[in-house]
Design a protein around this ligand. Structure first.
Ligand code: HEM
Length: 404
């Protein structure tokens, strides 16, 4: 490809889709020099990547090392040992065992039982915005909902929740190139180890006094299964860490997509049966996660391109969501779209286990927001300074709800 490709600037994150289209049509398997990795932009190669044994998810050392997070110090070693246990970093057969362990507690029925508590939580969160007639959708709505949802499910003590919000944000900092300094890197190691130490302590308390929460259920799942010993703490860390920023961004992206397409918002107001369509279409067109990645563990070929062992491959799921061969009129936001087989939650064995929770959160959040008569963007323009190839969403989004 002749002109250089930008995958790092704020303007790219504000609108990555023209770049994805260029890559998809001109170089669907593209070697990106600055990161020395391959970039995939078409669904066919992304699916092949997730099915091939030549590409691995056992990549904690290489991924954290590549971000400069690992030194020779004890904190680095501790962090790597912990992260290497996360389900996200496993291949079969261990991956299959851990997925079963997680999904046993995280069932659709359990989530449906949680719905009324979630609806009440959303309503409480919206109180201030309702009263004031305006709010920052990120800080006043999406963040507290995302945080408290996961906190309620794991019964994290109320007083400690702000700490979890800080921790979850801290852990993502090195993915943004602009803040990837030595200070940030050592603070990430500290955060990871502090959060893990906190959870170990909480787990011991929960072991002594179990409750009706996911930590207690993970502990029960370990019992009598020697091959699962210790997993409750690792997979709690994983679920809590993975569920906060992703959900915050997706709730915000959904509101923004509807604001940008008032005719679709009107259609949704007129027919709440379109709720699910609106959520799926926002996830397709404005996903909060742009990509997944795998490490090549054996020389191979993908879409006609040679991929050497040791290279990372970043698969742009957000680009596959706009492939015109799969989605007619791919850039059009259409809440009536069916089928809508977007790949925002990933493909294959690692498909996001939080998908049903996110859908529940988005449904309850939208249901509450639709009770407000009108939404209007106000004041401060939004930006994508906090975004990276993993997580994308505006840093703030000020919205007003005029009465008429
Ligand atoms: C809109 C919100 C979300 C999006 C877009 C999203 C996206 C994804 C994607 C694409 C993957 C696959 C990664 C891969 O193939 O390597 C994934 C995995 C994962 N997600 Fe989510 N996620 C979201 C919310 C959540 C929530 C709320 C939770 C927890 C409650 C969660 C927990 C996880 C976990 C534990 C994994 C690892 C699964 C595995 O490796 O088998 N996610 N997510």
């Amino acid at each position: 490809m002749s002109a250089s490709i930008d995958l790092m600037s704020e303007s790219f994150f504000a609108n990555p889709f023209p770049t994805f289209e260029r890559l998809r049509t001109q170089a669907p398997v593209y070697f990106f020099e600055p990161y020395q990795c391959f970039i995939l932009t078409r669904g066919a190669e992304i699916e092949a990547l997730t099915k091939s044994p030549h590409f691995s998810s056992r990549r904690a050392n290489e991924l954290l090392g590549g971000l400069g997070l690992l030194g020779e110090d004890t904190a680095s070693k501790e962090m790597l040992a912990d992260w290497s246990r996360l389900v996200f970093f496993q291949d079969p057969p261990r991956h299959t065992v851990l997925r079963q362990f997680i999904m046993k507690s995280f069932t659709t029925a359990a989530l449906e039982r949680f719905r009324p508590r979630l609806a009440a939580l959303v309503e409480r969160t919206l109180e201030k915005g309702r009263r004031q007639g305006e709010m920052d959708v990120v800080a006043d709505f999406a963040e507290p909902i995302a945080l408290n949802t996961i906190a309620e499910l794991f019964a994290l003590p109320e007083a400690d929740r702000p700490r979890f919000m800080r921790w979850a944000k801290d852990l993502l900092k090195p993915s943004g190139a602009a803040v990837n300094t030595d200070d940030v890197r050592s603070s990430v190691r500290r955060t990871s180890n502090d959060m893990m130490a906190y959870l170990r302590d909480l787990l011991e308390k929960r072991r002594a006094t179990p409750g009706d929460d996911l930590i207690s259920q993970f502990i029960a799942g370990e019992e009598g299964n020697a091959h699962l010993t210790g997993e409750a703490v690792f997979q709690s860390f994983q679920m809590i860490g993975a569920g906060f920023v992703t959900s915050t961004n997706q709730l915000t992206n959904t509101v923004l997509a509807l604001l940008k397409h008032p005719e679709q918002l009107s259609a949704l107001r007129a027919d709440p049966g379109l709720m699910r369509g609106a959520i799926e279409e926002s996830m397709r067109l404005e996903p909060s996660v742009l990509s997944i990645n795998r490490l090549c563990v054996e020389d191979t070929e993908l879409g006609g391109t040679h991929i050497p062992k040791g290279r990372f491959v970043h698969a742009m799921t957000a680009s596959a969501n706009r492939d015109p061969e799969v989605f007619p009129n791919p850039d059009r936001f259409d809440i009536h779209r069916t089928p809508n087989r977007h790949v925002t939650f990933g493909v294959g064995a690692h498909y996001c286990p939080g998908a049903s929770l996110l859908r529940l959160e988005a449904e309850e959040a939208l249901r509450a927001l639709l009770t407000l008569p009108r939404w209007e963007l106000v004041g401060t323009p939004y930006n994508y300074q906090g975004s990276n190839l993993q997580d994308r969403g505006p840093s703030s989004l000020h919205v007003r709800f005029p009465k008429n």
